[in-house]
Structure formats: structure tokens, C-alpha cells
Design a protein around this ligand. Structure first.
Ligand code: CO8
Length: 258
């Protein structure tokens, strides 16, 4: 494993920490590829959620490694961007909630990685932004599309055209961040949420994620068809029988993910 990625399994959660503090956790190709691989193989790990965070207080991820990008030609840059999109797909296809716990700078590729997660919890000291235009480029790791989908194209344009950084509170007001915490409470607040989800039916949680993501860019009619299909699939699971039985027996359900 890369010296810059740390993983830890703790109380049903897989923590992935990007730890390259001297460069403010800027990510290079090998970190990206490894992250894609780890998120793509969480299925067999017996965890309920994945939390992605950055080491230290200063940064979540201050972007793609500019040093690695600076001499690329156009065709290399295209391949680089397309390769980075694999990470977004891996996050979307992961059957578990993937939560970004953002501390400090989440810039460029760092903002994009956070947006690729299911949602973002951020500490008060978090700063989000797309400074790419200051480098003469645009976000290339899904940022133009992911931010538009989360906050609308007008917000995406305003932030991407200027490269302006926004604080966690402004990001929350724009619907980019789900929760803002004190810096020292970021992980505890994230864990509190995951504990709640861990008691829910895992197949239901996984299918809810898939249904929301798949339906998001379709017409309402097409999206409702996907929902009806996912809804019906769950009625052939033991978890559905257990969940409804437990309701009438006035006890907590014991879901097995079957
Ligand atoms: N890449 C490489 N090195 C970086 C990066 C980065 N993105 N960000 C910071 N560093 C390095 C600095 O060069 C510096 O190194 P050194 O100590 O050797 O000089 C060290 O980290 C500390 O940084 P600063 O001294 O600059 O710290 P400050 O507190 O003064 O400033 C900032 C903090 C404002 C975050 C500043 O470092 C900064 O502006 N960083 C660059 C931010 C940026 O432009 N990010 C976007 C990069 S482009 C991008 O992300 C496109 C993604 C494309 C897909 C990527 C797929 C892999």
C-alpha cells in the first residue's frame, strides 16, 4: 500500500486517511489508483460505511499534485482525467455509504473527491474551492459536473470561474455540505451518523443509494421505474420480513443483509 494512504477498520467503519501532509495531502496518480482499488473492494470487509478523510488539521486534500501535472501534454492530460473518473465510479458503485469528513483545504481534486462521496461532513475550518482557473485549467476530475449536480450550474459557474474559496458554513448553505462541526468533533459526529445507519437494513441502504444515484439524471418516469424495481427486489429478502416482523413485535430488527 502507498505510504500516503492509511486504512483502519474500526467499529464497523473503514477509515481511509490521505496522509501526505508535507504537500497538504495533494494526491498523485498512485494515490488515486489505490484509493479506487480500496473503495472498489470494500464488499468483503464486513463494514457498514467508509469514511474518507485527510491527515492533520490543515488539509483534507489541497488538490491534484501540480508537480505531477505541470509537464503533461494534452493527450496525457486526457488520459489522466479519464483515469481519475474511475474513482467517482468506484464510489458510486460501492454498496456502502461513503462519507467525506473534510478538515481544512478541500481544493481542486480534493473538492472533487469529497463531491464524489455520498455526502460531506465538514469541520468549521474546512475551505472548499476550485482554484484550477488560476492554473490555466478547469476541474478535470468530475468537478464541473459533480458540483453542478449538487448545487446547481449557477453555483458551479460562480465558484469555478473565480476560483474563490468558501468556508464550510457557506458550503452548507449551498447544499454542498450536510453538516458543519467543531474541528475536534468531526469524526465523532460522522461516527454518530454511521451508528444510526448501521442498525438499518444494509441491502435497503445499498439499494437506496443506487436508486438515488441512478435516477438522478433521468426523467421522473424512468427514475420511478428504477425505484419500483428496487422496492420490489427488497420484498424477496429476509431483511424485509425481519424488519416488518420486528415492527409488530415492538423490538429492534436483526438484519443479516440477506
Ligand atoms: N500540488 C502539489 N503540491 C502542493 C499542492 C498541490 N495541489 N498544494 C500544496 N502543495 C505543497 C506546496 O507546494 C508546499 O510545498 P513546499 O513546502 O515544498 O513549498 C506545501 O504543499 C505547503 O503548501 P503552501 O506552502 O503553499 O501552504 P500555504 O498554507 O501557504 O497555502 C494553499 C495553502 C492555499 C492550499 C496553497 O498550498 C495552494 O494554493 N495549493 C494549491 C491548491 C490548488 O491549486 N489545487 C488545485 C490543483 S489542480 C487540481 O486539483 C486538478 C485535479 C485534477 C485531477 C487530479 C487527479 C489526480
Amino acid at each position: 500500500m502507498s505510504e500516503y494512504l492509511k486504512t483502519e477498520k474500526k467499529s464497523n467503519i473503514l477509515y481511509i486517511t490521505i496522509d501526505r501532509q508535507k504537500q497538504l495531502n495533494a494526491i498523485n496518480r498512485s494515490i488515486m489508483d489505490e484509493l479506487t482499488e480500496i473503495v472498489g473492494s470494500v464488499k468483503g470487509l464486513d463494514v457498514k460505511a467508509v469514511v474518507l478523510t485527510g491527515a492533520g488539521e490543515k488539509a483534507f486534500v489541497a488538490g491534484g499534485d501540480i508537480n505531477e501535472m505541470k509537464d503533461k501534454c494534452a493527450s496525457e492530460a486526457k488520459e489522466f482525467a479519464e483515469n481519475s473518473h474511475k474513482l467517482i465510479r468506484a464510489f458510486r458503485e460501492c454498496p456502502l455509504p461513503v462519507i467525506a469528513a473534510v478538515n481544512g483545504y478541500a481544493l481542486g481534486g480534493g473538492f472533487e473527491i469529497a463531491l464524489a462521496c455520498d455526502f460531506i461532513y465538514a469541520s468549521k475550518n474546512a475551505l472548499f474551492g476550485f482554484p484550477e482557473v488560476k492554473l490555466g485549467i478547469i476541474p478535470g476530475f468530475g468537478g464541473t459536473q459533480l458540483l453542478s449536480r449538487v448545487a446547481g450550474p449557477n453555483v458551479a459557474k460562480e465558484l469555478i470561474f473565480s476560483g474563490r474559496f468558501i468556508k464550510a458554513e457557506e458550503a452548507a448553505a449551498l447544499g454542498i455540505v450536510n453538516k458543519v462541526t467543531e474541528p475536534e468533533e468531526l469524526i465523532a459526529e460522522t461516527e454518530k451518523y454511521i451508528k444510526e445507519v448501521a442498525g438499518r437494513g444494509p441491502l435497503a441502504v445499498g439499494l437506496a443509494k443506487q436508486t438515488i444515484d441512478k435516477g438522478f439524471n433521468l426523467s421522473l418516469e424512468e427514475a420511478l421505474t428504477i425505484e419500483a424495481s428496487a422496492f420490489s427486489i427488497l420484498f424477496s429478502t429476509k431483511d424485509q420480513k425481519e424488519g416488518m416482523k420486528a415492527f409488530f413485535e415492538k423490538r429492534d430488527p436483526e438484519f443479516k443483509g440477506e
